[in-house]
Design a binder for this molecule. Structure first.
Ligand code: NQM
Length: 365
């Protein structure tokens, strides 16, 4: 017998995966993780026996419950799986999957629409980060149709606005986990920074690349990938993250001058595969580095004056605009980050999980 678990299959930004109500999954974490691995078909490079799309960006899961903290409407737990590994990592955030949380909660009746638009406060349990998310709810239902366009997703959809309230030091102990805005690690000048996502940023030119290479070219560049992994492991120790060999962070971001009228060009390794675009909180973190005096983006990033800045982060499939607000008393302090995403309900139903997955778990489900 297989067990049926209710799920909505959703795109959130440039990522995709099944979303569950927390109450529909096993409470025991080890059993839950075995269930999620079975749902996605991991570990298997093709994920042929599950719902995963054979890339890290399509091996993601969202788990949602009503907020358990005063002032918080919804709690969101993000789980990163991998096609070819048996890991379920709930340590880092995913700002893309986050975009689908409020649509999921509205679709499942966990929250009620407030009017033409609805805004809910969401707590991301992975890193205890809060944000306000506004979705379009004409006539009391989520609308997925509109003219908002995000690079990396074909077509147009209804806009989803995410306003981050506290992103600094998500997984690391602070915004600049080495204590410096710039370090030389393993012979390369880097900025180690975490404003929502732990990143190691370095100039593409410093590893003999332009920063404009294609995703396919980057993924085929085994020499570069080996160099980046060595740097990542050294930076992990410097950032207080310990041995990051088996961890999905820090992500590695090559930067170069903008080419399309934006603020900076990026190629992101997440951490072993080059992203087709860039992660949401990775973009917030890149944007933050661009406004910090002395970071490795100095002399590369093109940034306008003023305390409210739009940083346009160029990536392989377009650009990602992040609105940053700086503290007028201390312009090195980013007080707010806002951005636009879209999401879509792709399928609703039940995902079937082989009964043997529950064996010996001790969980009554
Ligand atoms: O940085 C990819 C993605 C992400 C994460 C990754 C993300 C973020 O594009 O907030 O969205 O870094 O693994 O979904």
């Amino acid at each position: 017998m297989q067990k049926a678990i209710p799920a909505l299959f959703m795109r959130g930004g440039t990522s995709r995966g099944p979303f569950f109500r927390e109450a529909d999954l096993p409470a025991d974490i080890a059993t839950r993780d075995r269930v999620l691995l079975a749902v996605m078909g991991s570990p298997d490079r093709r994920q042929i026996d599950g719902m995963g799309g054979a890339t890290p960006l399509t091996s993601k899961v969202g788990i949602v419950r009503p907020g358990a903290t005063p002032g918080v409407d919804l709690d969101f737990l993000f789980a990163q799986l991998q096609p070819d590994k048996d890991t379920v990592d709930t340590t880092p955030n995913c700002g893309n999957m986050l975009a689908a949380v409020v649509p999921f909660a509205l679709e499942t009746g966990m929250v009620k629409a407030q009017g033409e638009t609805s805004t809910f406060r969401v707590l991301t349990l992975n890193t205890d980060m809060q944000c306000d998310i506004t979705v379009q709810t004409p006539g009391g239902a989520v609308s997925y149709e509109g003219d908002a366009r995000i690079d990396g997703v074909p077509g147009c959809s209804a806009p989803i606005k995410i306003n981050f309230l506290d992103t600094a030091g998500s997984v690391c102990a602070g915004l600049l986990p080495t204590g410096n805005v710039r370090d030389v690690i393993d012979g390369i000048e880097v900025t180690c920074i975490d404003n929502g996502m732990p990143l190691v940023m370095f100039r593409a030119a410093d590893v003999g690349r332009t920063g404009y290479e294609s995703v396919g070219g980057m993924n085929a560049d085994t020499e570069l990938k080996a160099r980046i992994e060595r740097l990542r492991i050294a930076c992990g120790h410097a950032m207080g993250l310990g041995d990051v060999t088996a961890k999905n962070y820090p992500k590695m971001t090559l930067v170069a001058p903008p080419r399309e009228g934006g603020s900076i060009t990026t190629r992101s390794f997440i951490p072993h595969v080059c992203h087709d675009a860039i992660g949401v909180l990775a973009a917030v973190t890149v944007g933050t580095a661009c406004v910090l005096d002395g970071s490795i983006t100095e002399g590369i990033a093109v940034i306008a004056e003023g305390n409210a800045k739009t940083v346009s982060v160029e990536h392989p499939t377009g650009e990602f605009s992040v609105e940053l607000e700086l503290d007028p008393a201390n312009p090195q302090n980013v007080t707010r980050a806002a951005l636009l995403r879209t999401a879509r309900l792709i399928m609703r139903g039940e995902v079937m999980v082989p009964a043997q997955v529950w064996n010996n778990s001790g969980d009554p489900q």
